[in-house]
Design a protein around this ligand. Sequence first.
Ligand SMILES: NC(=O)C1=CN([C@@H]2O[C@H](COP(=O)(O)OP(=O)(O)OC[C@H]3O[C@@H](n4cnc5c(N)ncnc54)[C@H](OP(=O)(O)O)[C@@H]3O)[C@@H](O)[C@H]2O)C=CC1
Ligand SMILES: O=C1O[C@H](COP(=O)(O)O)[C@@H](O)[C@H](O)[C@H]1O
Length: 542
Amino acid sequence: MTSGNERAEEVFRRMLMREVEDTGTDLPNRPDTAESTLDLLRHSLEAERGLGVSAPHVFVIMGASGDLAKKKIYPAIWWLFRDKLLPENTSIVGYARSKLEVSDIREKCDKFMKVRSEDRERYEQFWSVNQYVSGTYDDPAAFDALSEAISALETEATGNRLFYLALPPSVFGDVTCGIARHCMTTNPGWSRIIVEKPFGRDAASSAQLSAHLSSLFTESQIYRIDHYLGKEMVQNLMTLRFGNVLFEPTWNRNHLACVTITFKEPFGTKGRGGYFDQFGIIRDVMQNHLLQILCLVAMEKPCSTAASDIRDEKVKVLKCTRQLGLEDVVLGQYVGDPHGDGDARQGYLDDPTVPKDSVTPTFAAAVLRIDNERWEGVPFILRCGKALNERKAEVRLQYRDVAGDIFRGQPHRNELVIRLQPGEAVYVKMMTKRPGMTFDMEETELDLTYSARYKDLKLPDAYERLLLDVFCGAQMHFVRSDELEHAWRIFTPLLHVIDEQKPKPVPYRYGSRGPAEADELSRGLGFRYTGSYSWKGDDAHL
Ligand SMILES: NC(=O)C1=CN([C@@H]2O[C@H](COP(=O)(O)OP(=O)(O)OC[C@H]3O[C@@H](n4cnc5c(N)ncnc54)[C@H](OP(=O)(O)O)[C@@H]3O)[C@@H](O)[C@H]2O)C=CC1
Ligand SMILES: O=C1O[C@H](COP(=O)(O)O)[C@@H](O)[C@H](O)[C@H]1O
C-alpha cells in the first residue's frame, strides 16, 4: 500500500505535470528525499501559478441533497480529505433547493462514507469544513448568495472554485448560467465545472448542450465525467498497450479475430425504471462507458500522455467507426424468473415505475466496425445488460486460429482478457503441453490477478481519482466535446430507429446470460466459444 507521503507526492507531481503540459517546461531535477521533493513541487507550482496548492479551494456540490451526491460525491471528497490528498485549505459547500443543515446532509451520507474507527477525528474535521446553502436553481439572487458564501471561505481576495453538477438535465441550463454569471472566481484563481451524463439524447441535443456550455465556459474549464475512465483497469489499458513490447505487435487485424467488450449487472432497475426507461441500456452504458473503453483499446499510440494528444487519438478512432443500424444489434428486455428468489421474479415490465408496454432495451449487443488500417475486418462486439447472471466488465481480445497447425486441430484460440471489475485481472488463455509423459496439450493461463499479486491492495474509487484530477487540472480522463460529437454520430441513427420504430426486444430470463441471439451474433462474427476452458484458480476474491 502506498504511504500518505507517497500519495501526497503523487498529487503534487500530477499538479506539476499539468503545468508542464500547459507550459511545455521540463520537470525540475528531483532531489532524493520525498519531503524536499514535495517542497520543490509545491514551490514550483506556487511560483508559476501565482495561486498554488495552499490557496483556498472551494468544492461546490450543486444538487447536494440528491442521490448521486450522497452515494458518490460526498464519499469521494471525504476519502480524498481523509488521505490528505486535497489542497490544505479546501472547503466544501453543498447547494440545493431543500432547506437543510450540514447535519442533515451528514446523516444522508453517513452510511456511504465507510468511516473506519481510526478516522473518527478526521471525519469530524471533514464536516467542520462543510457548509450548506439552500436556494433555487433559477434565481440570480440565490447564486449571488452562494457566491458570497464561497467568498467568505476564501481568505485571500481570490481562490479556486470547483462546481460539481450532480443534477437532473432539467435544471442543467439554469444552473450553468447561474454559475457562469454569478459564481466564477476572479483572476488569478480558476473555476472548473464538472458535468455528469447524460450529455444529450442524440447528436442534435448533445451539440446543443455543447454549444450552451461553450457559450459560458472554455473547454479547459469543463470536466465531463465518464466514471469508467476513473477505473483502475480502464486507466491500465494505455499502460498495457504502450508500456510493453509484448502485446502491441499482435494488437491488429493480422492476429485478432474479434474484440468483445462486456458489461454485465446481476440486478434489474430496482425501482429506478422510470429514469432508465427514458434512456435504455444503449444510452445508459454502451454509448458512453463501453465506447470510451473501445477508444482506449483501438486508438493509435498518442504522441505523449498529454490530455490533448490522448483525446486527439480517441477522436481519430471514433471518426473511423461506422454508424450503427438496427441490423448491427440484438436488443433484449428481461422477464421475471418464476423459479428465482426475490427480485429475480420481477421482470422489467413488473417494475411499477416502467410503462406496461415499454420496449426499452435492458440488454444490447452491437457490432462496431472500425475502418482503418489496423482494424479493418475485426468486429468490436459491445455487450451490456441488466439482470444478467453475474457482475462483470471485461475486454476480451480473441486471437485467430494457429496457422499451419501441426497439432491436428487441438490448439484452442488464445484470448487476452482484461477484467475491469470485479476482481481486477489480466490473463492470457493459452495452450501448454500437459505436464508429464504425455505429449498432449491443454488450455491454461498466464495470470495476473491483482489480489494475489498486490497484497492488501486498496484501489481508489473511480470518482475519488477523477475528482482529484479536477483539482490537479488534468483532463486526460475526461471527455472532450468533439469525442462526444463523434460518439453520438455513431449511435444516433440506431437510436432514432429504435425510438421511432420501437422494435420489440427479445425477452431474456432474469439471471441468464442474456438472449441466445446475442451469442449467435458473436458466433456469426467469428467469435469461437469452445466451453472447454476451466480456470483452476481461486475465485474467492471475486
Ligand atoms: N485471474 C483470474 O481471476 C482469472 C479468472 N478466470 C475465471 O475463469 C472463468 C472462465 O474464464 P473465461 O475467460 O470467462 O472463459 P470461458 O471460456 O468460460 O468464457 C469465455 C467467453 O465465452 C463467453 N461464453 C460463455 N458461455 C458461452 C456460451 N454458452 N456461448 C457463447 N459464449 C459463451 C463468455 O461470455 P459471457 O461473459 O457473456 O458469459 C466469455 O466471453 C471466469 O469466471 C474467469 O473470471 C480465468 C482466468 C484468470
Ligand atoms: O453509469 C452507470 O453505471 C452504473 C454501473 O457503474 P459501476 O461503476 O457500478 O460498474 C450502472 O449501474 C448505471 O445504470 C449507469 O447509469
